[in-house]
Write a protein that binds this ligand. Structure first.
Ligand code: 5GP
Length: 237
């Protein structure tokens, strides 16, 4: 496949392919939190996130969201369209949790009266600070039109995922999205997985996402396994 490594992030490695418009994404078991301060391994996470992301990209594609995913290549690798990544992280929230609960002084688990969309500057050195549309323009991170498209897709993705997950007895608390430009078009990129979303069991409230790692709650692998199983009926053990 003429693969050259071009980037290694905290959870994934990116390789070139023989097609200059396409990249290979390899999902690692490495886990980090708090901007890399906490480090560890979640056994089989690479496989689980590859399969869970594949499932979500398929679901979103069928519902009209343009994305970078082309196909899964094997247990740990997917083929994607090459993007010029917009250095903005878009977070969508339905229930107060994590950094929002802290920032506004709400207890975790309190339902937000309306969906909240936030933008963060994707910048590890600065610790991904919260920014708004004015900052994005001033920093030249995206155009007004691209901001509008990201916001529209983010809200639509929230509706699609929330609806779908309800039937799997999973509450979508919040999630982070990344977007990029491919041939002039804004596409959803990155991954959608328990690393990037908060999923709580609708009956027990049990956390089935990376907060189990961040907060040392135990049973981290089992939580990721449970999400894949509820979505696809598949297991990787
Ligand atoms: P919070 O701002 O509460 O820490 O995160 C909100 C949501 O976005 C959570 O679902 C969290 O997993 C996701 N999120 C925000 N920033 C990041 C990030 O830098 N990496 C990952 N993996 N997820 C993030």
């Amino acid at each position: 496949m003429n693969q050259e490594p071009i980037y290694e992030g905290k959870a994934k490695k990116i390789f070139t392919t023989q097609n200059p418009d396409e990249l290979l994404v390899y999902f690692k078991d490495d886990a980090t939190a708090f901007n890399g301060v906490k480090k560890g391994t979640i056994v089989n996470k690479g496989m689980l996130n590859n399969k869970i992301s594949t499932f979500f990209f398929d679901l979103l594609g069928k519902n009209g969201i343009p994305h970078h995913f082309i196909r899964m290549l094997n247990d740990r690798e997917m083929l994607v369209k090459k993007l010029d990544i917009l250095m903005v992280e878009v977070v969508v929230r339905n229930i107060a949790a994590g950094s929002l609960a802290k920032r506004i002084g709400w207890e975790e688990g309190r339902k937000l009266p309306c969906t909240v969309v936030e933008m963060y500057y994707k910048n590890d050195e600065l610790g991904d600070p919260l920014i708004n549309a004015y900052h994005i323009k001033a920093l030249n991170l995206a155009t007004d039109e691209q901001i509008r498209i990201m916001e529209t897709y983010a809200l639509k993705i929230n509706d699609i995922l929330t609806d779908y997950l309800k039937n799997k007895k999973l509450a979508l608390i919040d999630f982070k999205l990344e977007f990029g430009i491919h041939k002039g078009e804004v596409l959803l990129g990155d991954e959608i997985s328990p690393d990037t979303c908060r999923f709580w069991d609708t009956e027990t409230g049990e956390k089935l996402d990376k907060d189990r790692f961040r907060r040392d709650l135990g049973d981290v692998e089992d939580a990721y396994e449970e999400v894949l199983f509820r979505l696809t009926g598949e297991t990787v053990k």
